[in-house]
Design a protein around this ligand. Sequence first.
Ligand code: GAP
Length: 496
Amino acid sequence: MGKKGSVGDKLSIDELAAFCKRKGFVFSSSEIYGGLAGFWDLGPFGVELMSNIKQSWWSYFVHQQENMTGIDASIISHPKTWEASGHVSSFADVAAVCKKCKKATKIDKSEVGKLKCGCGGEYSVQGEFNLLFKTNVGALNPIQVYLRGETAQGMFLDFKQVAETARVKLPFGIAQIGKCFRNEIAPRDFLFRSREFTIGEFEFFIHPEEKKCSILEKKHLQLNVNLLDAETQEKKKDTLKEVSIEKMIKDKKLDEWHAYWLAEQILWFRVIGIADKVKIREHMMSELSHYSSATFDLDYEYPFGSKELGGNANRGQYDLTQHMKHSNQKLEIFDEATKQRVIPRVIEPTFGMERIFLAVLCNAYKYDERRQNIVLKIPAFLAPVKAAVLPIVKDRNMMKTAIGIYNVLKKDWLVEHDEGGSIGRRYSRNDELGTPMCIAVDEQSVKDKTVTLRDRDTTKQVRVKIEDISEVVRKVISGESLLKLGKIVETRVKEN
Ligand code: GAP
């Protein structure tokens, strides 16, 4: 049997977790005490990958959009926030335990009495459990508060202040990436369902009567997506339909603004290289959240099944209206265009950052039979380490040249300098980390100030001048092929 990740062989979530631990991407939290279910730590390379994903998200959805601003709200807010939002009363899952295998799980309310465990056993329903974590604030007269279950509420609470200080006009959005907490009944599948995780989402505020989206372009309308619609699911089928965003609007599945943001989500998935494996699943009436009138899940084809990566909900005026009622504050806004005071309606695209992290890793993870090691074919701009500088042997002059190159590159990027072990082993270690290029310093480098740059995906090498390395690294990070940036050369180090 081939190694996992090779063609025709599926990578399991446990293998991915073992890989992430071995390579310093993800560790289970507080492992010396046996760990704590649903909590994870990002290791030295995981924190870099996650930071690159977040940066790409922020650049695409905040900086490159004309009408978007960002915030970073506190994790704990006034407890009335969660009463107003409906989370205290409605943010609950049904816990069930299989009578046969004793495994606990969460089930949908509509599934009570109908669903059986994967082992065939019947479920014993244990009741509904609210997902919000509770804690106390203050020492003498403590008040009970909640750790936020979503970042969205921060955007609603700050809506008025953002509108006033950022001088934005409707329509505009407020974005945030931050930690969220849910006391999941059955955390499982590694990072996929945890109790502490990161959401990147934005609330996009629109005049309530505005139906037209002025920034909807051909690239959005003509975007074809794989859709699992509500009608198909109601017939208990799972056939996908390839439809354009334009057709979804015509079929009244969503309005133009909703469609614009759904398309933008898919377009960002293209940027990070995972769009081909994403499908859109329309929520059936029975599963809509308490705040939504239309929701789409964005599901990624993980090797362990097609699962939710993000979503896109039409929250209407629900949240602002609720906060007005509970706070007695006016959260209307003056709309210059219509000269009206309005409570905007809201479209909310949301992304589970750890789930994107997993999708990027699954997409990249390949077992190379020839090299006999895993190669993480991660896009260069997301790769944790951008380049490794490697003197081919421990020679004083080569080591000095290598350090010189490392000192220049480290001012701009995370690069590694590694002198230990055989050059082949150092190449494989970097292949597994997804380092797009290895810079080998040899005898010739000392003489003519050139080095070879080895391409992670092909193992081919090009020779370039040391003075040009920074430019080459920059171009590779922006998506150019290393093999077009120098003369391809034969090397003495033969890789399996
Ligand atoms: N504000 C909308 C909202 O919170 P959600 O679908 O409940 O919507 C947003 O959560 C995203 O967070 C999901 O699409 C999913 O990717 C991610 N997510 C939800 N629960 C999670 C969990 N327990 N562990 C990791 N990610 C989770």
